[in-house]
Design a binder for this molecule. Structure first.
Ligand code: ADP
Ligand code: MG
Length: 531
């Protein structure tokens, strides 16, 4: 792409100071992104700017660079104010401006709800040139008189559409009315709803529009797929996807905070490195989760839209919409967490049959088809497990340094008590640790005498062992990780029980229930034979 464009602008061409050029070089920015190339010169020239570009296109530096360049070292007090929709974004933007201003001796203070206000007051009292904050807490400080904005010469509204969605529009207007009218205003947004245009007309002076790809909302490097799943089996479907996809670092979106908690817990129970993040957690907790995710101690971050808004985390390979987003804008924001800074990524969306219209609406808005993918089967999961095991083995092999084990291997092989194949198989099983491989299970059960759509199982325990229907349901739900509500007819006899489960989970139930115990008895389970 870059090669075909005749003369690529450089940061130097934009007329930046050596201090900022050096900082950008330290940050690894080689050339300005399109929105930066167009917005930075306008802002440096003192224009008001409305910038519209998809997520991950570098809007932060598009206003961060001009902020740093236009600060007046002779002026004491806050000269630039940036409003962001969330605390995470406030911190992130403040950090990025700090990095851009590394050699320019500027101070940046993030101001957000949830953090101790006294601490913020102390920081503000020490003096700062740039404040980045969420509207609510900024208003708090203005009212208390702890944030003086009479020296502000530049106002930036970052992710304006998000702030609008979160109901901050009145707060923003209130804050603007507390700012000097002699100032520069920049507004950045991925989309331009009417309310944002209205805000621009009321509070900006002949703003220059800079739009990058307004028609195509999505980031093209992202592969997008959807899976159709039954509402009650979403967790199971997600696990199969996670077990077959090569997810190094993934963000999983849920609609509600409760959904986040439940899913994070369900995933943890199944041994995934997952943690949830949402607005009910305090800031310290959220920071801790984010740090663990960035460091790779967590592989899966389960989040609400609000908590993940604007997050910029390196190397997110997958965005998974566990719940389909409410609208196309939200979809674009979510999937924009991957494929950032030109890297590739995968976006997967789980939908139930009733959600097809919503999916179509998203497709129409982003003008792109989202491909359907069949849900991985248990056989796919097993296949993937084999691959992973093989890869791990070959990796160990290529690293060498097998001395100690090699001696032992020779000894075992020389003893001639076992075949080489058996020995290797045992070693592989050992390497799998606690995790039992997915065994090959029949997916067709033939006639078991169940209701249509169900499979009937025989269990070798019954009334004599004090078994109640609830014991059966609980055991199936916890062992197989399916909702108890899907369990069908249960017939308990003296020494055995019949239970019916839907066909599409039958194999899974059969596998999971092997060697499980009910009422202290090891259960034998097998498909019933039609009488
Ligand atoms: P947006 O606000 O448009 O969603 P960000 O400002 O968060 O995007 O930038 C996305 C990512 O790209 C960040 O990691 C940022 O550091 C990086 N980035 C921004 N501009 C450049 C650039 N010119 N060169 C390389 N990386 C960049
Ligand atoms: Mg941004």
């Amino acid at each position: 792409m870059a090669e075909t464009e005749a003369a690529k602008v450089t940061f130097k061409d934009l007329g930046l100071s050596d201090r900022v050029l050096r900082a950008l070089e330290d940050m690894g920015f080689e050339e300005p992104s399109p929105i930066q190339a167009r917005a930075i010169p306008l802002l440096l020239a003192g224009h008001d700017v409305i910038g519209q570009a998809q997520t991950g296109t570098g809007k932060t530096a598009a206003f961060g660079v001009p902020i740093v360049e236009r600060l007046d070292p002779k002026v004491r007090g806050v000269q630039a104010l940036v409003l962001t929709p969330t605390r995470e974004l406030a911190i992130q933007v403040a950090e990025e401006i700090g990095r851009i201003g590394k050699y320019s001796r500027i101070r940046v203070v993030p101001i957000y709800g949830g953090q101790n206000i006294e601490r913020q007051i102390r920081l503000l009292r020490m003096g700062t040139e740039v404040v980045v904050g969420t509207p609510g807490r900024i208003m708090d400080h203005i009212r208390r008189g702890t944030l003086k904005l009479d020296k502000v010469r530049m106002l930036v509204l970052d992710e304006a559409d998000e702030m609008l969605d979160m109901g901050f529009i009145d707060d923003i207007e209130w804050i603007i009315q507390n700012l000097p009218t002699e100032r520069q205003t920049a507004l950045f947004s991925a989309t331009m709803p009417d309310e944002i245009k209205g805000l621009a007309t009321r509070y900006m002076r002949s703003p220059q529009h800079v739009a990058v790809n307004p028609a195509q909302l999505t980031v093209p490097q992202i592969e997008q797929y959807f899976y159709e799943v039954r509402p009650t089996l979403k967790v199971e479907a997600l696990c199969r996807i996670l077990d077959t996809e090569n997810v190094e670092r993934g963000i999983i979106f849920c609609r509600t905070k409760k959904g986040v908690d439940e899913l994070a817990e369900a995933l943890q129970r199944r041994g995934y490195l997952a943690e949830g993040i949402h607005g009910d957690m305090n800031q310290a907790q959220r920071n801790r989760v984010m740090a663990r995710f960035k460091e790779g101690q967590i592989e899966l971050l389960v989040a609400t839209d609000v908590a993940a808004r604007g997050l910029d985390i390196e190397g997110v390979t997958h965005v998974i919409n566990f719940d389909i987003p409410q609208d196309a804008e939200s979809y674009v924001h979510r999937i924009g967490r991957t494929g950032r800074a030109g890297r590739s990524g995968t976006a997967l969306t789980l939908i139930t049959s009733r959600e097809f219209p919503q999916l179509r609406l998203i497709e129409r808005t982003i003008r792109q088809r989202i491909q359907r993918r069949p849900l991985p089967s248990l056989a796919d999961v097993a296949e993937r497990q084999r691959e992973v095991l093989k890869e791990r083995l070959l990796r160990v092999l290529s690293r060498g340094k097998l001395g100690f084990y090699q001696d032992l291997a020779r000894e075992l092989l020389d003893s001639e008590d076992f075949a080489a194949e058996e020995l290797l198989a045992a070693a592989l099983k050992l390497a799998m640790g606690e995790a039992e491989p997915v065994p090959e299970v029949p997916t067709r059960f033939g006639e078991t005498g169940a209701e249509p759509g169900f499979v009937r199982f025989f269990l070798n325990i019954g009334r004599a062992q004090g078994v109640q229907p609830a014991d059966i349901v609980r055991s199936i739900a916890t062992q197989a990780g399916v909702p108890g509500s899907i369990v069908g007819k249960i017939d308990i006899y003296d020494r055995f029980t019949f239970v019916e489960v839907p066909e599409d989970v039958a194999a899974q139930v059969l596998t999971a229930m092997q060697e499980s115990t009910i009422k202290g008895r090891t259960v034998n389970i097998e498909p019933a034979r039609k009488r």
